[in-house]
Design a protein around this ligand. Structure first.
Ligand code: LAN
Length: 781
């Protein structure tokens, strides 16, 4: 069931613990969350939303809370701040937080920024784009990119907060307060639990980890919301039924014992590179998570025991803590959390590791050697990213590793602490943890391309906005490979762009491609400076050309390093397709279109390589078409998203609806899903089940835009279905030019959804702009 947005909950301390909700009477706990002092941590009802500011330090985002009145006056809130916080836009200073006005799901009745002046009603799609841009322009951040709440997954904030707690990292009261507000707002209205992601059903993973998070930031166990959530945990069998990653975090905290964690042996890092299962071959996210996890598992490192930890031992389990047989519960898991059950092979390996390897064969010197090499790799990841790290999961783990290894006052610990703030985002419900340190380069690249599709890049009205965006991409290009690239198993990145920023520094095939297209588009438009030299563009092309797999398709961060059989080692239970790189129509198309655009302007540079690459890539796209005509999307929901890309790939080699059977079947698939009202509406269940599902809340503007873009790329000949879709998008536009947030747009690893809030601007305007360009005389409204 989709979780409804909750109302903010007042902190009422209710003394008695419900009978039966826990085995023992809980002590009157002093919440000692920050620095573990004996005095109760400060946590309030809410913060004053007029005091929050997003600090954009050349794309490094941190939310700052200005407690000082003078400082607040000197640094006024911008439109973007207010928009993100759900505050009315024009009123200069509103002392208190406004009622939530921007709904997380498809409640289309309340515009977010009703105070922005109405714009002249759009008479045609191009007017609608201009209105949209007028609004979107106000959200551009000082360094030239667009920021956003990149939430969705519900296991990231817990990792971050647990890592803070374990390392005695102070959390200011205003963070604690808004973490509490966010999690309460996102709790399931009936059972009080949390799922794997914001729209997901209650699971042990989500509920245990978020319950722990609330307790660590200072929420009392007797709070009615906690009583409710705890009852749900108990109903689901207690924390023994949690998946591997939750058991890991509970063991780090000392709330569970390490015996409950399936083995994570760092010895795997000692395997020679030729061994087929060697971790360097795993998907980058898995191997980076495995790295920190294996180090801490090997050390059996545990945070200092506190009253809160002792109390959690009583709160989270159905059994008496002292009597739990930890080892016997290694494989206990609630069906709700068991999206990808462990294979027989993995279960056997785990059994052997626990019963033979660990007790008899794992010598101390071998363990020490493995830990030392894991530690060196952790160091390389930290230094290569200046402690920003790949994503919040490994960043949280590496913080704990550094604390365990280097001590509480080490530079590594301090720098990790600082950088962990860049994952946090404050929005109208409270404070959450983003999926990465932002979506900076990605959204900026799409914004620029949208303007091109609408034919507006030469309009002087938008020049300053576009110039700032181009300058941003110029500064964010990665000019060098990482140090010791081969030693730390990294992929070439010179000339590339990351999804977020160059601090994070991981090039991704489609992020490089989309940014490169944006740069070429603007630099070839009269009136724009050439900031990025030909050589730097060639560097990007050289890197892109390394991304092709033997099949012809492209993956995300690296070409595949092992076969998909590696999935038999997937120990995480909650995710699918996690162990290795796969080929993706999205990534493949992005590279194909980038190479094609490049070749138009530089026909002589590596032309043979490019032609071969594109041929093989499009062949792979064709082979990946499903019998129903659509393509499965791994990063957006789901068939609609990937079919848009695949149709674009086909079009890039001249295959369109009228000339290609593949393109025709793709279009027919999309058309078969168009709804009565002209829109499209795919539900995230499709990602989990690999079958198309309709969203119960009806048509979505982003989904509709994807379908329309696909059809237009394929030159679908009948304008009528296109007009109906365009009309729906235009009707959903608010008088101030914005579109409202509807259902979640993105996904990863099949089961976890993630928000792309800027898609409701970039893709809607792209669809409208393309339509306006292609059918300038069609009347839609
Ligand atoms: C992302 C976000 C961007 C995304 C696209 C560029 C859209 C995609 O086309 C390629 C893959 C990529 C880069 C991607 C990979 C996985 C990420 C990093 C995420 C979905 C954002 C969060 C997610 C990451 C794995 C979250 C941490 C969870 C683990 C299971 C480690």
């Amino acid at each position: 069931m989709a979780r409804k947005k909750g109302t903010p909950v007042r902190m009422v301390v209710v003394p008695p613990v419900e009978k039966g909700s826990t085995k023992k009477r809980l002590s009157n706990i002093t919440s000692d969350s920050f620095g573990h002092s004996a005095k109760k941590a400060r946590i309030e009802d809410k913060t004053d939303y007029s005091r929050w500011r997003l600090h954009d330090d050349e794309s490094r985002h941190t939310w700052q809370y200005l407690e000082d009145d003078e400082a607040a006056k000197e640094w006024p809130q911008t439109h973007a701040d207010k928009y993100f916080l759900g505050l009315p836009l024009v009123r200069a200073s509103s002392a208190s937080r406004q009622p939530y006005s921007c709904p997380p799901f498809a409640d289309l009745s309340t515009p977010c920024l009703q105070d922005l002046p109405d714009l002249p009603t759009a008479q045609n799609p191009l007017d609608a784009v201009r209105n949209g841009l007028t609004f979107f322009e106000k959200l551009q951040l000082p360094s030239g990119h667009w920021g956003c709440d990149y939430g969705g997954p519900m296991f990231l904030l817990p990792g971050t907060v647990i890592s803070w707690y374990a390392t005695k990292t102070p959390i200011p009261w205003y963070y604690a307060t808004e973490i509490k507000n966010y999690l309460f707002a996102r709790a399931h209205p009936e059972d009080g639990g949390w799922g794997l992601h914001i729209e997901g059903e209650t699971s042990v993973f989500g509920t245990v980890l978020n319950y722990v998070t609330l307790r660590l930031v200072g929420v009392d166990a007797d709070h009615p919301n906690m009583v409710k959530a705890r009852a749900t945990i108990h109903k689901l069998g207690g924390a023994t039924h949690a998946p591997h990653w939750a058991k890991f975090w509970l063991s780090v905290l000392g709330v569970a014992k390490w015996d409950i964690v399936n083995p994570v042996p760092p010895e795997l890092w000692l395997l020679p590179d030729w061994v087929p299962i060697a971790p360097w071959r795993w998907w980058i996210h898995m191997r980076q998570v495995f790295l920190g996890m294996s180090y801490l598992w090997s050390k059996k490192w545990q945070a200092e025991e506190t009253d809160t930890i002792r109390s959690l031992r009583n709160e989270l389990f159905v059994e008496d803590w002292d009597t739990i047989n930890w080892a016997a519960n290694r494989n206990t898991i609630h069906p709700m959390d068991n999206y990808h059950p462990k294979s027989m092979v993995l279960n056997t390996i785990n059994w052997l590791l626990v019963n033979v390897w660990n007790p008899y064969l794992r010598t101390n010197s071998l363990a020490a050697k493995a830990e030392a090499w894991a530690s060196e790799l952790i160091n390389m990841e930290d230094l290569n990213t200046d402690y920003a790290d790949l994503a919040p999961v490994n960043a949280a783990m590496n913080l704990v590793c550094c604390y365990a290894r280097d001590g509480p006052d080490a530079y590594s610990v301090r720098r990790h602490r600082e950088r962990s703030h860049e994952f946090l985002w404050v929005q109208q419900e409270g404070l959450l943890c983003n999926g990465t340190n932002g979506v900076q380069c990605w959204d900026t690249a799409f914004a620029i391309q949208t303007m091109q599709d609408a034919g507006l890049t030469q309009d002087p009205r938008w020049r300053p906005m576009l110039m700032k965006a181009l300058e941003f991409l110029d500064r964010q290009q990665m000019r060098e490979n990482v140090k010791d690239q081969a030693k730390c198993y990294r992929q070439q990145r010179k000339g590339g762009w990351a999804f977020s920023n160059k601090d994070q520094g991981y090039a991704v095939s489609d992020c490089v491609s989309e940014a490169l297209k944006a740069v070429i588009i603007l630099q070839k438009t009269p009136g724009f400076k050439t900031l990025i030299s030909d050589q730097r563009i060639f560097d990007a092309i050289d890197t892109l050309l390394t991304y092709q797999n033997p099949s012809g398709g492209c993956s995300s961060y690296e070409p595949q390093r092992a076969g998909t059989w590696m999935e038999v080692l997937n120990a995480a239970e909650v995710f699918g397709n996690i162990m290795v790189e796969y080929e993706y129509p999205e990534c493949t198309t992005a590279v194909v279109t980038a190479l094609s655009l490049f070749s138009k302007h530089w026909p002589d540079y590596r032309s043979k390589d490019i032609r071969l690459f594109v041929d093989r890539a499009v062949k792979w796209i064709k082979s990946a078409q499903k019998p129903h005509g659509g393509w499965y999307g791994a990063w957006g929901i789901c068939f609609t998203y990937a079919t848009m890309f695949a149709l674009e790939s086909l079009a890039s080699i001249g295959e369109t609806y009228e000339t290609s059977e593949y393109s025709k079947r793709g279009c027919d698939f999309l058309l078969s899903k168009q709804r009565e009202d002209g829109g499209w509406s795919e539900h995230y269940k499709a990602c989990e089940t690999s079958e198309y599902h309709e969203h119960p809340s009806g048509s979505q503007v982003v989904m509709t835009s994807w379908a329309l873009i696909g059809l237009m790329k394929a030159k679908y000949p009948d304008v009528e279905p296109l007009k109906r879709g365009v009309k729906l998008i235009m009707e959903r536009q608010q008088p101030n030019g914005e579109w409202l947030q509807e259902a979640i747009e993105g996904v990863f690893n099949k089961s976890c959804m993630i928000s792309y809030p800027n898609y409701k601007f970039t893709f809607t305007m792209k669809a409208l702009g393309m339509f306006a360009h292609r059918y300038p005389d069609e009347k839609v409204v």
